[in-house]
Design a protein around this ligand. Structure first.
Ligand SMILES: NC(=O)c1ccc[n+]([C@@H]2O[C@H](COP(=O)([O-])OP(=O)(O)OC[C@H]3O[C@@H](n4cnc5c(N)ncnc54)[C@H](OP(=O)(O)O)[C@@H]3O)[C@@H](O)[C@H]2O)c1
Length: 300
């Protein structure tokens, strides 16, 4: 738990032991447990800063475990869930069961060559979640770019509020930036972390400039990051930005980039999911500290 939150809750508990708790304070406490949100003016998009990647429990069709993970996200005020292929329907079923379809922001992928299949999938998701409109219809740039007129039509018709593209390697940035030039992209998803910083050269500044929302994948390089830091202590100076664990070290680095709207972490482990969401609270590193974080990891 971030130090500022810990201090707040401790102080609140002390105050609460001596006084009847006024309802305004209860609201403050409740709000303090909700993840901060970031808004992206040009797109009109506002997202809590930590979301869930396409978890194994979604892929495996485990609706009960998916409900557990999604309830945890919801309790923390989170909303973004990245879901692709059959996972989309597992997430939709779990959301429907929990009755939180309208509270979630689904980053759903649509990649079928047959447009009618994409539309049928979209309708099925709307029915399962109880939403009147999808949040974002997205796909890989190699599908989105040749089919952009379809995505734009789906948005014009109101089938989805936002449209975008998502990829996880720097070789895709150039084509993604080409489409961003048109000014019609609402949201992109790219890889970024203290060990994969190429996105801050051009694509993140461009997103910032154009008001394109940015979600981040591979915050832990699909787990490789934890292999690197295993056996090493988090440096003491990380407490200056309320960080006491390696997951938060990467997440806080990512969130301290001004172009980033939301970071997506993939886990099926509720303890890890909680730790990742907690990293969305508290202070973030400044520019000098960000450089120090990168050097620290490079020298492990
Ligand atoms: N569009 C694209 O091209 C694309 C490509 C890649 C990824 N993505 C999206 O981005 C999401 C995240 O990226 P990623 O798949 O590379 O995964 P990641 O979040 O970088 O890493 C996941 C790995 O980290 C572990 N982990 C997570 N939180 C942890 C914690 N607090 N402590 C210890 N271990 C932890 C997980 O293990 P446990 O399960 O044991 O926690 C898992 O092995 C994906 O789920 C997907 O939605 C999109």
């Amino acid at each position: 738990m971030a130090a500022t939150r810990r201090a707040f809750i401790k102080n609140f508990a002390i105050a609460g032991s001596a006084l009847a708790v006024p309802s305004a304070w209860q609201r403050v406490l409740a709000d303090s447990k909700k993840l901060p949100r970031r808004s992206v003016a040009a797109s009109g998009l506002e997202l809590p800063v930590v979301g869930l990647g396409n978890s194994n429990v979604f892929r495996e069709g485990d609706v009960q475990a998916s409900m557990g993970l999604m309830e945890l996200l919801h309790q923390h005020g989170g909303s973004y869930i990245d879901c692709i292929g059959p996972s989309r329907f597992v997430v939709a079923e779990a959301a429907g069961n929990l009755g939180i379809g309208n509270k979630l922001f689904l980053g759903s992928y649509f990649s079928d060559d047959d447009e009618a299949t994409n539309r049928a999938d979209a309708q099925r998701l709307l029915e399962m979640t109880g939403k009147s409109q999808l949040d974002v219809m997205q796909s890989y740039p190699e599908f989105v770019i040749p089919n952009w007129d379809h995505f734009r039509r789906w948005k014009d018709e109101g089938l989805t509020r936002f449209i975008g593209m998502a990829r996880h390697r720097s070789e895709y940035y150039e084509s993604m930036m080409g489409l961003m030039e048109t000014g019609t992209v609402d949201i992109i998803q790219v890889n970024y972390s203290p060990l994969e910083t190429e996105a801050d050269q051009a694509i993140l500044p461009m997103a910032l400039d154009k008001g394109v929302a940015v979600t981040i994948n591979r915050p832990f390089i699909n787990g490789e990051y934890f292999s690197l830091v295993r056996g090493h202590e988090v440096p003491e100076w990380a407490s200056e930005f309320d960080c006491d664990n390696w997951a938060a070290f990467s997440i806080k680095f990512i969130l301290s980039h001004p172009a980033v709207t939301c970071v997506l972490t993939e886990t099926a482990n509720p303890k890890h999911a909680t730790q990742n969401m907690e990293a969305g609270f508290g202070r973030l590193p400044d520019q000098k500290t960000r450089q120090r974080m990168v050097s620290y990891l490079q020298n492990l």
